[in-house]
Design a protein around this ligand. Structure first.
Ligand code: PBG
Ligand code: ZN
Length: 323
């Protein structure tokens, strides 16, 4: 007689038949770097996460490297913002300086540079604006310039998060033209217009000054359309695909896994992190259990890698054998 409980009788047996695992090797940790000196400023809506100035990134990066986390995803918070987001593609911009420093101090750490304009534009949108409209094709050269300047600074991977049409192909071509043929593009392909980005926008000072991002980020109701985005980005040369947010969109991850043969990255975003932290602070949930359960759900859905603000603590728990 079939009894599925037979294989659940001991920890050793359960471990042998476990289908999915969280490994530190597949975690990516976001890092916020801010202009200025001697800054390690906590982000209030993201307990445990700070903005670091270039001279103090080391505190956090030492922990990352010691924990065995292979990659960081870097976001810049510039002093100066303007209409055209020039800080994003300034050779001496905050991210460019940070990358040069990181690659000098930690040559083996994989540095992924988020490519977008919203942290650098005075209006907070991800593209150029004319008469209240977010321009698509006019934005592409600026994204290309940003991607190339990050690669030149030493970024190992670029990750366009703007959701303009055709940006992956444009960035691929620009990288190739500048000799960065082997710099992969990790594309935010299935990126939804989500309330879950709220804490990030506090952290990165990137909330739109007017309107919202619904004319370029996807409608949360649309699963089939996400597959069109992924197909398009793969055709344009994407090497890896990000699905974002993760928890309310596990069906999207599963469907990408089913339809395409490409590495998938789940982005466990700021709002997902904040909710867990808030409930854990109140003592309403068991944080370790909930975090691991959320992450294993992403793996089970089909993610190969996970971008998560929990990466440092998860790496610690794994190392100590606590999870
Ligand atoms: C920039 C960007 C955002 C996030 C990653 N890159 C914010 C947004 O699109 O508004 C969100 C990440 C998070 O919430 O953790 N385009
Ligand atoms: Zn943006």
């Amino acid at each position: 007689m079939e009894r599925t409980r037979r294989l659940r009788q001991t920890a050793a047996l359960r471990s042998m038949v476990r289908e999915n695992h969280i490994r530190v090797e597949e975690l990516i940790y976001p890092l916020f770097v801010i202009d200025g000196k001697d800054i390690a400023e906590p982000v209030l809506s993201m307990p445990g996460i700070c903005q670091y100035s270039v001279d103090r990134m080391k505190e956090e990066l030492d922990r990352v490297v010691l924990a065995g986390i292979p990659a960081i995803l870097i976001f810049g918070i510039p002093d100066h913002k303007d209409e055209v987001g020039s800080g994003a593609y300034d050779e001496n911009g905050i991210v460019q300086r940070a990358i040069r420093q990181i690659k000098q101090d930690y040559p083996d750490l994989i540095v992924i540079a988020d490519v977008c304009l919203c942290e650098y534009t005075s209006h907070g949108h991800c593209g150029l604006i004319k008469d209240g409209i977010i321009l698509n094709d006019e934005t592409l050269p600026l994204l290309c310039a940003a991607a190339v300047s990050y690669a030149r600074a030493g970024a190992d991977i670029v990750a366009p998060s703007d959701m303009m049409d055709k940006r992956v192909g444009a960035i691929r071509e620009a990288l190739d033209k500048e000799g960065f043929t082997y710099t992969p593009v990790m594309a935010y392909s299935a990126k939804f217009a989500s309330g879950y980005y709220g804490p990030f926008r506090d952290a990165a000072h990137s909330a739109p000054g007017f309107g919202d991002r619904k004319t370029y980020q996807m409608d949360p109701a649309n699963g089939r359309e996400a597959m069109r985005e992924v197909e398009e980005d793969i055709a344009e040369g994407a090497d890896m695909i990000i699905a974002k947010p993760a928890m309310a969109y596990l069906d999207i991850i599963k469907e990408i896994r089913r339809k395409f043969n490409i590495p998938i990255v789940a982005y466990n975003v700021s709002g997902e992190y904040a909710m867990v932290k808030a409930a854990a602070e109140k003592g309403w949930i068991d944080e370790k259990k909930i975090v691991m359960e959320n992450l294993i759900g992403m793996k089970r859905a089909g993610a190969d890698m996970i971008i998560t603000y929990h990466a440092l603590e998860v790496a610690e728990w794994l190392k100590k054998g606590e999870v």
